[in-house]
Design a protein around this ligand. Sequence first.
Ligand code: S3P
Length: 439
Amino acid sequence: MPNIYVIRKKIKKFNKSISVSGDKSISIRWVLFASLAKGISRATNLLMSDDVLASIEAIKKLGIKTEINKNECLIFGKGIEGYKYKKNITINAKNSGTLGRLILGLLVNSPHKIKIIGDKSLSKRDFKRIADPLKKFGAKIKLKKNKTLPLEIIGSKNLKPINFTEDKGSAQCKSAVIFAGMRSKGSTLIKAKKSRNHTEILCSHLKLPIEVKKQKKYDKIRINKINNFKPINYKIPSDISSSAFFITLAALTKNSILTIKKVNINNSRVGIISILKKMGVKINFKNIRIYKGEKIADIKVKSPKMLKSFNCPSKLNSSAIDEFLLIFLVAAKAKGVSFFKDLSELNQKESPRLKWGQRILNLMGVKTITTNNSIKIFGNPELNINKKIIIKNYLKDHRVFMTSVVAGLSFGGYWYIHDKNSVKTSFPNFLKIMNKFKN
Ligand code: S3P
């Protein structure tokens, strides 16, 4: 059973300091921006996961040279018009919604048809949400069943700027429209529901013509056509979403202390920290500093004596969007009933994650009441599992796998978690780091 991860024993209390790998969102954005820069960009601590490697493969298909050395990735950008659009290019975005959607925003000037394909999970996801605004710029896009991959895009020489309202809170759609706006003459205006803002931060850092007006629920973004810009050397900070697995492990393992170094704590990503603090977990940021517009810190976590239930306001949803499976585990051990709402976007991820959250909790013996966009979790501070639990057929969703590992190691039971290779998508050394916690 080589691709099954088996758990037989809980983890005992720990006091540890770790580092996790580079931020996935920033790594993919760095690859794409570097592919447009004029000159050689270098990154250290770039996440070497399948999603990022697929991004590097994608720009290579567009004629951009890259080099991966031991600690450094080099991208030889040829400027904003530097892509070589050959006939019959196919880009395989594999499992990555971020790559699949963001790159479309850059392909809006391709004179030839480009095909985008993905794996089984990505091929089930909604690409209409990004095809619709890109068509307004002047690109032609053909989707399977008018909704999914595989898709074909042909760009235009006369791209027109657009006004676009992004109301799902999707950073991928917002970013793809920013990219297309960068290629179009005139001002593109985006009214975007709050979501992660790494693309806007990188644009500002590169002094590209972007203006962002922050409002309560929406940001107003104006982007103009850009000219060539200089290469970007970047030390990628660690990923809060990867850190979250260990933060949760610390929250669920009594008398434990954990430090995670040099993590990106951008406000648009730290929803899990706000939520776990409300549930009683002690979390502090140390050594806070700003690096290229991003906030970085060491995160210190202490497990509480008792976790409290939480009625989560939906304004925290977007900044915690990739962490809800973990937050549900914490709610399972909290005293009282927790409630999470307005989460229909969770079912749009690598797997239908709201359903998987419910499934994992129910297999653990936790009572839930779920609708298509909310979940009520009846917590039990004494929860301890003694039975066999099998997790499989979850579309190889890396976060379902890693959350199940955290569940098994925190609550006990005999777990058989299939498809352990799924970690390669976002966090290839997850199990290696986790092994350090086994005592
Ligand atoms: C991401 C945006 C989010 C997130 C994904 C990464 C990004 O997706 O879930 O893991 O890097 O822009 P949506 O834009 O679909 O919300």
